[in-house]
Design a binder for this molecule. Structure first.
Ligand code: XMP
Length: 319
């Protein structure tokens, strides 16, 4: 019968049989699936697992530090952290088109991962957090965005000479099962039950051209929104919530000074399958609190708006 502990024991046995005494590398994103694979393989293989974690500069507020604190310091995994911010931002400079931005981010990811993977010439295996819905999606030929992102870590992106074979211990599991084994493996609950986050990260939440200054403002505004959702017990009530940076200057006033500053949009949705979604009816008092905090704590923002669009016609992300 199904229990998280049974699934883990079974997966560990299978991984050990599959890789024997070999070394394994894993692209760790901080997302649920790759995090659970990391914890599982660490239990199965110990030091024979090396994780490669790329800080793209487009992660959530202090997310890179959290990932390192959890996996490297707390759980004792081998994690190689790669500072990628400059490379990603340089590659994105001047580009405002959303699909072009996604492609650039994907390409940078592959390049960084490839370079790092070459340093682990002893590795014979590449682990991936493919879950059952990803398998179905690619079998059906659908070009889901999540799948495209997963393919960044795919062998397809690695040099022929490396001849890495795939280890995919979550291939038969659904998301809720992955979460349950994540908790059982000792991952922090906040990490396992985090809202989904797109592969290109804040890169698609800064509308148009991505700049370091915009990312900084966005990460802080997003953090305030999420922190207040958690404080008020609303985080788990919504399926996904985040802030978006609008690079337009809108007029604001402080004292008798008119100032032209950026706009932050807040988005929160309720959905089961992410194919359609309803905007979350967050309490006005709550929105007011978040709006005041963003305006008071972040320089450069004087207007905050709440997105009241459903999907359709809008998508969940703004790009
Ligand atoms: P949309 O915006 O299409 O989003 O309504 C549906 C879900 O997919 C996520 N999303 C992405 N995930 N790479 C990803 O891995 C992407 O490029 C991407 N774009 C959207 C989005 O956050 C939502 O959960």
């Amino acid at each position: 019968y199904w229990t998280a502990a049974n699934i883990i024991d079974d997966a560990i046995e299978r991984v050990r049989a599959q890789v024997g005494q070999d070394e394994v590398i894993l692209g760790l994103s901080g997302g649920v699936d790759s995090s659970v694979v990391a914890a599982l393989l660490h239990r199965a293989l110990g030091d024979r697992l090396t994780c490669i974690f790329v800080d793209t500069g487009m992660l959530r507020f202090r997310e890179a530090d959290q990932v390192m604190a959890t996996f490297d310091r707390h759980m004792g995994l081998n994690v190689v952290k790669v500072e990628g911010k400059e490379r990603f931002l340089d590659a994105l400079a001047g580009e405002a088109d959303p699909e072009a931005k996604r492609k650039i981010i994907g390409r940078c990811f592959i390049e960084v991962f490839e370079e790092q993977a070459l340093r682990f010439s002893d590795a014979r295996w590449l682990a991936q957090g493919t879950i059952y819905p990803d398998v179905i999606e690619s079998a059906g030929g659908a070009t889901g965005k999540a799948h495209v992102i997963k393919s960044h870590h795919n062998v397809g992106g690695l040099p022929e000479t490396m001849k890495l074979e795939l280890v995919e211990p979550l291939r038969e599991l659904f998301k809720d099962e992955v979460r349950r084994i994540g908790v059982e493996l000792g991952l922090p609950r906040e990490m396992v039950y985090r809202h989904p986050f797109p592969g290109p990260g804040l890169g698609v939440r800064v509308l148009g051209e991505v700049r370091a200054e915009y990312l900084e403002i966005l990460a802080r505004a997003d953090h305030i929104f999420i922190e207040e959702l958690q404080n008020d017990g609303l985080y788990d009530e919504v399926s996904q919530a985040f802030a978006v940076f609008l690079p337009v200057k809108s007029v604001g006033v402080t004292g008798d000074q008119r100032r032209y500053e950026y706009v932050i949009a807040l988005r929160a949705v309720e959905t089961v399958d992410f194919m359609t979604a309803r905007w979350a009816r967050l309490p006005y008092e709550f929105l007011e609190k978040v709006s005041l905090r963003i305006a008071n704590e972040i320089n450069g923002v004087s207007r905050i708006v709440y997105d009241v669009s459903g999907k359709p016609p809008a998508t969940i992300e703004w790009e």
